[in-house]
Design a protein around this ligand. Sequence first.
Ligand code: TYD
Ligand code: MG
Length: 460
Amino acid sequence: MARSRAVFVCNSCGTDFPNWNGRCSACGAWNTLVEEAIPQRRAASQRTTPAPSAPAEISSIPENSGERSSTGIQELDRVLGGGLFRGSMNLIGGEPGIGKSTLMLQLAASMAGAGDRVLYATGEESAEQVAARARRTGSSKEGLLVLSATLLEDIVSAASSSGASVLIVDSIQTICSEEISSAPGSVAQVRHCASRLSSFAKPAGMTCLVVGHVTKDGSLAGPKVLEHLVDSVITFEGDSGHSHRLLRAVKNRFGSTNEIGVFEMTSGGLRSVAEASAYFLSRRRTDVTGCAVCVVVEGTRPFMVEIQALTTPTRYGYPQRSSSGLDSRRLPLLLAVLEKRCGLELGSQDVFVNVAGGASLSDPGADLGICLAVASSRLDRPLPGGVAVCAEVGLGGELRPAGSFDRRAREASVLGFPILAGCGEDCAEPRPAGCAGYSSLRECLDALLSPGARDGGSFP
Ligand code: TYD
Ligand code: MG
């Protein structure tokens, strides 16, 4: 008797198993295994991928480095390392409602305006809805074709018959292929559709951008299962309560990763924000306690942000530690350093730390800003206004110089902020005039927050 061919695939990480289990033993997620039919093996004559090319000497393969084209959107170009590579496969991930469709439509219009023929295939909205959005954001351009379709085969045939050089698929979770029986959005469909798109677009030299939703609970097959299939993965992040959005490259075969782009969502679509520091500091108040301005470097881009902290006496037994926009494991560590090395009592306090404007930071150079903001709130003394800080804090309470100091100092000087940096004993980097350096956190707190420091403390 013929056995039915099925596997159980984890919707969270994409691992497959021969049997169902309540918990995925690969990623530990509960109740994420779904049954998928194994696609039948096709005969070689029915293959959908192009025939393999013969192996060639590496030196004989022609260079195609001139094939990068600007998207016309400054911040997106920055993240991509100068523009989109012709024939590349790119994934744009982000939570629903963050602005992926808006960005893709603006990109499509910009590329169409530059002479490309762009096909925007949407499985989420009707062509009328896309057209209405395009009119609102000024993205109605000649050469921009819109197709509302959910079947992969329809999209592929429209792309090849329309002569498009750029194909945008919004989103990969809403399209499905006839060759796979499982539902749209399942791991098998997402993986199959992406690999079919890649094998169709690459040989044709068509640039392909695929939108993928990531949900917080991971209920849809996230872009995680696609990352190895694509050339670049760009994530769109932001807080729905804020108008700004951060674009990050988390994988880029043609450029550097961890570069960030800053956008503002306005009523007329997304706007590139070139002066990120001015934008993040625009609503800053200088007279309140618990606020520190930090110069951080995310990717290769320096910008200034305000770190805000609030300490209040604990009312319900166990003190709370809460942070947003920071690595949550970093805050307890820095609070322990403040207690042990600087004698700042925090055990009876709830501590809340926030990066103003909703930015998220991974730079350890933000440590000093976090410590100063917490200490300022705890001591109820504001920090001297107009000073930007950057240093990594060690467990011994020592301040270490943050990397790329020159770029940080230049960014701070544009807005007229003197910079205060960590300066270890062996600090080799020469500091420009107007910069103060401290080698320990205690020394820095004494200089900035001791009584009288504001009226002529040791800061230059
Ligand atoms: P959208 O691009 O549809 O998000 P996604 O494709 O990631 O799900 O953007 C949706 C949000 O953007 C929506 O909440 C409204 C907002 N928005 C604006 O504020 N201004 C605009 O011009 C547009 C087009 C959208
Ligand atoms: Mg969308």
